[in-house]
Write a protein that binds this ligand. Structure first.
Ligand code: 13P
Length: 344
């Protein structure tokens, strides 16, 4: 019996509510600096705070966003009204989450495959994040597709990391988001992506089982089954939706309450259309929703431009994008709903 059963049950119920998703706003300082600099926005502790506050305080956003994944810097920051971010989010009806991995490292003696760091001291950090109000956490593992990768070694190392992390989260009353991301980079076909996704998810669920992770309190955050971004054969939303659901059905137990996809470099419109295509298929045992970073934020950040006078316009764009994804999570999105506001 877990002392935190009530907390875990309540968090997972909130995060898997129909028509809602998760916002990933947990870019590391390095990643958000790159995104800001591409738009000539200066990246300081304060501009990062202002931007994340803009997202969280968007009027009406809690209708579409049940939780926000924060980077550690934001978890410890105060919004302009003096409230700490976790407290602010809870008041707004949004659960605070936290990215707990410490990034990627090369696996020696492989063709540049990677695994994720951050297990040392994780138990203590999770207890601290829980005390600061975090209800859920995220750990990202990545896999590269080529003719001979991912290797069995990369599959095993990453599955072990994800499962060890997930078990520690649950022991600390935190719902784990398990994120195995198969990178979109490359010229692979959708068929090759299907094959790799099946192996990856199979290895991840095998490890979760070995570590006795309770699937009922776990969120899966996978990439979609899609052609590589340099592939000459493009696939339609219907093909992506069908291929993704086919692989999920083969590998993901129905005990997982919600699957919240990453957008992985797809355009915002594609990420929405592809999610919708999965949700028009009948008989899915899990909630299929979003946990996007770029696909939810891109147009909003471009509208904001780091200027306080653009906050209201940027929030409007963000709200619209979140609403379209919410519709996609219940199979009610249509491409004709895209307007100039949503694609600013
Ligand atoms: P993207 O939606 O931009 O892929 O980001 C999701 C995420 O959280 C990556 O870890």
């Amino acid at each position: 019996m877990n002392n935190y059963t009530k907390d875990l049950e309540s968090t997972i119920a909130t995060l898997s509510a129909k028509g809602k998703g998760i916002l990933a706003a947990d870019e590391s300082a390095g990643t958000i600096t790159k995104r800001f600099e591409a738009l000539h926005i200066s990246s300081t502790e304060d501009t990062r705070r202002a931007y994340r506050e803009l997202l969280a305080t968007t009027p009406g956003i809690s209708e579409y966003i049940a939780g926000i994944i924060l980077y550690e810097e934001t978890l410890n920051q105060k919004a302009s009204n003096g409230q700490l971010f976790p407290e602010l989010l809870k008041k707004l009806g949004i659960l605070p989450g936290i990215k707990v991995d410490k990034g990627l490292v090369l696996i020696p003696n492989t063709a540049e495959e990677q695994t994720t760091q951050g297990l040392d001291g994780l138990n203590e950090r999770l207890a601290e994040y829980k005390a600061k109000g975090a209800c859920f956490a995220k750990w990202r593992a990545v896999y590269h597709i080529s003719n001979n990768t991912p290797t069995a070694l990369a599959l095993r190392a990453n599955a072990e990391g994800l499962a060890t992390y997930a078990a520690l989260c649950q022991a600390n009353g935190i719902v784990p988001i398990v994120e195995p991301e198969i990178l979109i980079d490359g010229d692979h076909t959708i068929e090759r992506c299907s094959e790799v996704t099946e192996s990856v998810l199979h290895s991840v669920f095998h490890a979760l089982h070995k570590h006795k992770v309770k699937l009922e309190w776990t969120i899966l955050k996978p990439s979609m089954v899609i052609h590589g971004n340099k592939s000459t054969t493009k696939t339609t939303a219907e093909q992506v939706g069908k291929a993704t659901v086919t692989i999920l059905r083969r590998t993901v137990p129905a005990a997982i309450p919600t699957i919240n996809f990453l957008s992985g470099g797809q355009t915002p419109e594609d990420a929405t259309a592809n999610l919708n295509a999965m949700n028009v298929l009948p008989g899915n045992p899990w909630n299929l929703s979003y946990s996007y970073a770029r696909a939810l934020q891109d147009y909003c950040m471009k509208t904001w431009k780091g200027d306080a006078k653009n906050v209201a316009a940027a929030q409007k764009v963000f709200l619209e994008r979140a609403k379209l994804n919410s519709l996609a999570s219940v199979g009610k999105y249509k491409a004709s709903m895209e307007t100039e506001t949503t694609t600013a």
